[in-house]
Design a protein around this ligand. Structure first.
Ligand code: GDP
Ligand code: MG
Length: 437
């Protein structure tokens, strides 16, 4: 699946200290393939990876992160941007607010009309009216009644009237007279775009001048969805897209393509057949879903927020000059701690939680270490070699620890300093690993 493919893509980057032209090209090729598999349009996928490449090359990789993870973040940020960046709200101005549903038959218009009515009723304190403008199938009107009944929302219909424009206009009058503040107009769709249907929805659109015209599209239809969206947008200049049937396996690549082609925000997603299966569309979450590796991204973000690159460089210099002392050790521990609870951090690394399941990680693993270092004099911290048995005893007493614990820390520190010297250079700076292992 897509997630595995991206795993593989990012694996190529592992072990490199910097994102370079060569390693990024391979990886982004895989990302592009993965996007295509998720039904993203070819040109969009290509433009997308080009853009990410431009941003990625030459970026220094934070010491605690693999370049692959940093690239994931870049990819995620770009994807988010591509899908609109921020959450797009729904325009609820007007008394009543008039909302028109458009889209092909089976896209989920009737279901979504009910979901939206339910959402506005329960979350936004509105009094919605559902309007049945599907004049071709009596069953369609019936379906809207079933939906309305299930959520306690009134349905307006005129079974004998064959003019959807009139029905919609009468419904708005009815809403005004009866205190409804939102009118949701459900319309008829066809299995494919045809002129008659387009003319009809266009006429309704012109006559009622909706505050929100929503285009409903089945996320599973992939590439076809893009063409349909384009046609509807040319005729209706709609305000937003509703992506339905995002439950199941659909990765939602259609979201990216549609947004790029019609440049209209995706406002809601449908995630099931039930009336509460509606979510506001969050571009970030969608990007994570498409990438299928959400937690890696938050790990990268946290590390970026907290890790001071300058500090890391300073320490590297100190190690090189044999000046690395307990003060530096302490500041390293604090850096790691700032990133969060050790268990959480390990849990965020794919595969690591499995590998580490037998390793006991104490939440306060650093408590004793910190206490011991705090009980050292500045001179002892910068020149650990002077710490003899007598000093150890004093430090243990001062920190409320045992002399064995002090010994253990001294040993760990020695090993770590040695290891750090050895591992200097790209990829050898992973302090967290050393402390964990
Ligand atoms: P319309 O022809 O555009 O009005 O589409 P409907 O609302 O009648 O929906 C067509 C089918 O898709 C129905 O069987 C719905 O139950 C189903 N459906 C609609 N939205 C969703 C969704 O978000 N998830 C799933 N799994 N099914 C949905
Ligand atoms: Mg319908």
């Amino acid at each position: 699946n897509l997630s595995d493919k991206l795993d593989k893509a990012f694996h190529i980057l592992k072990g490199h200290g910097k994102i370079t032209e060569v390693n990024v090209a391979e990886t982004l090729k895989e990302v592009r393939r993965a996007l295509l598999d998720a039904d993203v349009n070819f040109k969009i996928a290509k433009d997308f990876t080009t853009k990410v490449k431009e941003k990625a090359i030459g970026q220094d990789v934070l010491t605690t992160l693999q370049p692959g993870q940093l690239l994931v973040k870049l990819v995620k940020d770009e994807l988010t941007e591509l899908m609109g960046g921020d959450v797009a709200g729904i325009n609820l101005s007007g008394t009543p607010t008039v909302i028109l549903m458009s889209g092909l038959q089976g896209s989920g218009k009737t279901t979504f009309s009910g979901k939206l009515a339910n959402y506005l009723l329960t979350k936004k304190n509105k009094k919605p009216l559902l309007v049945a403008c599907d004049i071709y199938r009596p069953a369609a009107i019936q379906q809207l009644y079933v939906v309305g009944d299930s959520i306690g929302v009134e349905v307006y219909s005129e079974p004998e009237n064959k003019n959807p424009v009139e029905i919609a206009q009468n419904a708005i009058k009815h809403a005004k007279a009866n205190g409804f503040n939102v009118v949701i107009v459900d319309t008829a769709g066809r299995l494919a775009v045809d002129e008659e249907m387009m003319n009809e929805i266009e006429r309704v659109h012109k006559a009622i001048q909706p505050h929100e015209t929503l285009f409903v599209v089945d996320a599973m239809t992939g590439q076809d969805a893009v063409n349909t969206a384009k046609t509807f947008n040319e005729r209706l200049n709609f305000d937003g897209v509703i992506l339905t049937k995002l439950d199941g396996d659909t990765r939602g690549g259609a979201a990216i393509s549609i947004k790029s082609v019609v440049n209209k925000p995706i406002k809601f997603v449908g995630t099931g057949e039930k009336m509460d299966a509606i979510d506001v569309f969050y571009p970030v979450r969608m990007a994570e879903r498409i990438l299928g590796m959400g937690d890696v991204v938050s790990l990268v973000e946290r590390a970026q927020e907290q890790f001071d690159e300058e500090e890391a460089r300073k320490i590297q210099k100190k190690i090189a000059k044999n000046e690395f002392g307990f003060d530096d050790f302490l500041s390293q521990i604090q850096q790691v701690k700032k990133m969060g609870n050790m268990k959480d951090l390990v849990g965020m690394i794919p595969g690591a939680s499995k590998a580490m399941k037998d390793v006991e990680i104490e939440d306060d693993a650093f408590k004793h270490i910190e206490a011991i270092i705090h009980s050292m004099t500045p001179k002892e911290r910068s020149k650990p070699a002077i710490i003899d048995v007598k000093r150890k005893a004093r430090i243990a007493k001062g920190s409320g620890t045992k002399i064995e614990q002090v010994n253990q820390l001294m040993k760990q520190f020695e090993q770590m300093s040695k290891m750090m010297k050895m591992m200097q250079g790209p990829g050898g700076k992973n302090l967290m690993k050393m402390m964990g292992g």
